[in-house]
Design a protein around this ligand. Structure first.
Ligand SMILES: C[S@@+](CC[C@H](N)C(=O)[O-])C[C@H]1O[C@@H](n2cnc3c(N)ncnc32)[C@H](O)[C@@H]1O
Length: 271
């Protein structure tokens, strides 16, 4: 079907922005109309709908709950990469790992997108952590988007995505998939088994029982307003072990947020 979605009116834009803010905290201000329109068209296409008003009505119908999830799914920005913001991994290797001597360690990648962040962490730990085999070390990887989590679970990446990954890591921690073009690699089972993937909306209650030694919450708070950021930072404080670390994205920082963390270096905080 050829979709001619027409214009997205200001009213429709505001309605969608309000829904997205309420559902997942992402702020879509004026200026984002073209982006929202392009992403909404994906839903119209999937539903074989011809225009935005039809979709807006559909959003209020009985299938509302399911559709809201799918709408949030298309509105998220999932950009990520292996060993993104390498300074965090350098700091982890040089300063944090020597102090992490406990037998049980828990890490959380709190907006893991398609898995590059938690798998980078798992590879890094396998490579650098002494006695890993005899310790209980797990990484929880969560995100709101079911589509992106499916990719994380598949853990299969085309060659282009793996650029920037140390060559030795590619050899050690990936398995080449058949004879496909472009060349494609799957994360090895040793790496995968350290990572537990689950859907979690950061705004909702967190079901995890124990506390964490290190949380990566990078490049997601940038989409939230100060109020949401403040609430999250307080909750990260609560769920971290004393001496636990919080990594945020380098473009995020915590200015304007009240917190009890000690600043360590850019985008790195300790409880
Ligand atoms: C830009 S990616 C960041 C990925 C990774 N942390 C990194 O730095 O490369 C942001 C991710 O946050 C997720 N996200 C957005 N709102 C969320 C929410 N309320 N709860 C959980 N995840 C959310 C999106 O689905 C997306 O995958």
């Amino acid at each position: 079907m050829n979709i001619v979605a027409g214009e997205l009116s200001d009213r429709q834009f505001r309605k969608v922005s309000d829904i997205i803010y309420r559902e997942c905290g992402i702020v879509l201000k004026s200026g984002k109309e073209a982006l929202v329109r392009a992403r909404l068209v994906k839903r119209l296409r999937a539903l074989k709908m011809g225009d935005f008003s039809e979709y807006m009505k559909y959003l209020q119908g009985e299938q509302k709950r399911d559709e809201l999830g799918l709408l949030v799914d298309v509105m998220t920005t999932n950009k990520t990469s292996f060993f993104r913001e390498m300074a965090h991994f350098d700091f982890l290797g040089e300063t944090i790992l020597p102090k992490l001597t406990a037998g049980r360690l828990r890490f959380w990648s709190a907006a893991c997108s398609s898995g590059e962040e938690p798998y980078s962490l798992a590879m890094f730990l396998l490579d650098r952590m002494r006695g890993l085999g005899s310790r209980d070390v797990k990484i929880l990887a969560t995100d709101i988007s079911p589509t992106i989590l499916e990719k994380a679970r598949n853990a299969t990446y085309e060659e282009g995505v793996l650029q920037g990954l140390p060559a030795a890591f590619l050899r050690k921690y990936f398995v080449k998939v058949g004879n496909v073009n472009p060349p494609t690699y799957q994360v090895s089972s040793d790496v995968k088994k350290m990572v537990r993937i689950a859907r979690l909306n950061l705004l909702h209650p967190w079901p995890m029982k124990g506390s964490f030694n290190l949380i990566f919450c990078r490049n997601v708070m940038i989409y939230f307003d100060k109020r949401t950021q403040q609430g999250l930072i307080n909750r990260f404080w609560e769920i971290l072990e004393p001496g636990g670390y919080l990594f945020v994205g380098h473009s995020e920082g915590m200015s304007g947020i009240k917190h009890k963390f000690r600043y360590v270096q850019p985008a790195t905080y300790v409880k």
